[in-house]
Design a binder for this molecule. Structure first.
Ligand code: PXP
Length: 241
């Protein structure tokens, strides 16, 4: 069975929506509940601009996560220093642009081979396994082997966002082809970005993905499935006034 790692960034997005004046919802609490639900890992992306996850979240999660802590980050000196200190179970290196809404594309491992290779070495020397978030392109998968990565995470965004069934099938084939190549090259194979309750079924029977990394769709679903209970709790408090 493939693993399921839950990205709790958007719990922090909700908290930060009030400019840091509330402590809730706390991604540390969400991570514990995700683990109770069967999560095999907890993912957070500490961005340079700290728009959602804060340093405090990463350090606390290291102490509380019972499954595996996966830190997504850019390969900057600042983030490498934090990772070496926190020692997550896995670091996923991602490209980061200040103005993007979410990670837009995969890491250009081929174009940035020297800096990516150095970051991989630094992390592995600290005992941290490293995954590279790449587009489903054979050149990037091969470059990931050259960079000595332990695994790749294949970007499923283009597949998930494809506007027509034909395009979706083509993009899914790209993901599968990249996954098969990575597997052949003895890299671990994760997949993520944009996966939701409708797209996950495409992977049925393809037992090649080690772990799916999913955030936005699950946090969104949790907000709706929890709405009735949350309203009832406030309704009851008001009844008692
Ligand atoms: N994997 C990576 C590398 C990501 O950057 C993200 C988004 O933070 C995800 C997986 C999860 O994507 P989503 O929130 O769309 O499920």
């Amino acid at each position: 069975m493939a693993g399921l790692a839950i990205n709790v960034d958007h719990i922090a997005t909700l908290r930060q929506a009030r400019g840091g004046s509330t402590r809730y919802p706390d991604p540390v609490h969400a991570a514990a509940l995700a683990e109770l639900g069967g999560a095999d890992g907890i993912v957070v992306h500490l961005r340079e601009d700290r728009r959602h996850i804060q340093d405090r979240d990463v350090y606390l999660l290291r102490k509380t996560v019972l499954s595996r802590l996966i830190l997504e980050m850019a390969a900057t000196d600042e983030m490498l220093k934090i990772a070496v200190e926190v020692k997550p179970d896995l670091v996923t290196l991602v490209p980061e642009k200040r103005n993007e809404l979410t990670t837009e594309g995969g890491l250009d491992v081929q174009g940035l081979s020297e800096s990516v290779g150095q970051a991989v070495q630094t992390l592995q020397a600290a005992g941290i396994a490293v995954s590279l978030f790449v587009d489903p392109e054979s050149s990037q998968i091969r470059a990931s082997t050259d960079a000595d990565a332990d695994m790749v995470e294949i970007h499923t965004g283009a597949f998930c966002d494809a506007p027509t069934p034909g395009e979706k099938q083509r993009r899914f084939s790209d993901v599968m082809e990249a996954a098969r190549l990575a597997h052949h090259l003895e890299l671990g194979v994760n997949a993520g970005h944009g996966l939701c309750y409708n797209t996950i079924g495409y992977f049925a029977g393809h037992r090649i993905i080690d772990e799916f990394s999913i955030g936005h769709s699950i946090v969104s679903r949790a907000a709706l499935t929890g709405m009735e209970k949350a309203v009832r709790e406030m309704r009851n408090l008001i009844k008692e006034l």
